[in-house]
Ligand binder design. Sequence first.
Ligand code: FES
Length: 147
Amino acid sequence: MYSEKVMDHFMNPRNVGEIEEASGVGTVGNAKCGDIMKVYLKIEDNIVIDAKFKTFGCGAAVATSSMATELVIGKTIQDAVRITNKAVMEALDGLPAVKVHCSCLAEEALQAALWDYAQKHDIKIEGLKPPKEGDDHHDHGAEEEEK
Ligand code: FES
């Protein structure tokens, strides 16, 4: 049911932990399953030079956060904003349809961390939207992206 890459990133997640004095931190949760993901970014000269995460969640959530941090390291903040849950899923060779919402959590956590960075530095990153507030964190895209 899971690709080898998903299993690998679940069993040996990359970039677990936290960054002290991170440039941006984003925490998101999924109200339906109760899983929580926190992403830390270190940004210098417009480039994401380090990323770490903590995920209290299912295996797919761990694997997608691991892959999302791998994808974002080395990117400019403009490119980092464009990392979608689809890109994360593709990098993992796909996810079962019922697990698509877990990858949305990874996208949202990255965006929330970038938003935090933008707020702290009073900059605007094109295409970046404020994180959704409140408990009703939902599984955006789960319906339309399930095949
Ligand atoms: Fe909650 Fe996967 S089941 S993020």
